[in-house]
Ligand binder design. Structure first.
Ligand SMILES: Nc1ncnc2c1ncn2[C@@H]1O[C@H](COP(=O)(O)OP(=O)(O)O)[C@@H](O)[C@H]1O
Ligand SMILES: [Mg+2]
Length: 251
């Protein structure tokens, strides 16, 4: 679904944001993109939404090389990708409701339909009771939920969340990850960037580690393995029960 092939990004300053990065993300995956500040996480996101172009390599979304995408197809690409920006980019003089309505308005969706959609998303992210509030009246976790809700507005195929737990305490961070996990379970591909190793530990998701613009590790999701483990355990349980039954018969 998303593919980076041998991608490098050299900035005008001479800094390499990325060097020779290859990454392949399948539809429906949940991927943690981890690495220290300055590693290149945001650069990867900006390339995927074509906010900038790579110096080298290909960036494919749904098999389309977006580097070569004509300008008039950009809106179509960006509709497929919901972004939760590191700095949120919320409108502070608009309510929660209006913030989420905006992308639907821009897309030309009728007000009645858009209102229903906003209410639906507000329910999903647990913010319905806050819909008339302004961003400054919300907690860090709630603000993050507004940004996620706005990213969901146009029912994107992909969500890119850039350090959505960066400024949150552990419990709130956990709730945000759980929310993204729920969104993923409904079929949306999710890539979450974070420099917080604690968050990704023990979740069993795929973890792509980037350091100084290079991918240094790509650990596949452990779901498959745990599924096998589960099958093995069930088999063992069955064998144990059968043995018990036979022993009981003997007696
Ligand atoms: N517009 C830019 N101009 C020059 N250097 C940049 C620019 N954007 C990012 N960089 C540099 O590229 C590297 C990767 O940055 P970034 O992708 O923002 O890292 P991360 O999101 O992992 O913290 C850093 O060294 C950063 O300073
Ligand atoms: Mg960043």
């Amino acid at each position: 679904m998303i593919k980076l092939e041998n991608v490098s990004k050299k900035f005008g300053t001479g800094t390499f944001g990325l060097s020779e990065v290859s990454l392949d993300v399948d539809r429906g995956e949940f991927v943690f993109l981890v690495g220290p500040t300055g590693a290149g996480k945001t650069t990867i996101f900006r390339l995927i939404i074509r906010e900038m172009l790579p110096s080298q390599g290909e960036v494919l979304v749904n098999d389309i090389d977006i580097v070569k995408l004509p300008k008039n197809k950009l809106a179509q690409l960006r509709k497929k990708i919901g972004v939760v920006f590191q700095d949120l980019k919320l409108l502070f003089d608009s309510t929660v409701f209006e913030n989420i309505l905006l992308p639907l308005d821009v897309a030309g969706i009728k007000r009645t339909e858009a209102t229903a959609r906003v209410n639906e998303i507000l329910t999903q992210v647990g913010l319905l009771e806050h819909k008339e509030k302004f961003p400054l009246q919300l907690s860090g976790g709630e603000l993050q939920r507004v940004a996620i809700a706005r990213a969901l507005a146009l029912a994107p195929e992909i969500i890119l969340a850039d350090e959505p737990t960066g400024n949150l305490d552990t419990d709130t961070a956990w709730e945000i990850v759980k929310l993204l996990e729920e969104i993923n379970k409904k079929g949306t591909t999710v890539i979450m960037a974070t420099h917080n190793d604690e968050i990704v530990k023990n979740l069993g998701k795929r973890v792509v580690r980037i350091e100084k613009g290079k991918i240094v590790k790509d650990e596949k999701a452990k779901n498959h393995q745990s599924h096998e483990n589960q099958e093995k355990k069930e088999e063992e349980k069955k064998e144990h029960e059968e043995r018990k039954e036979q022993e009981e018969k003997k007696e």
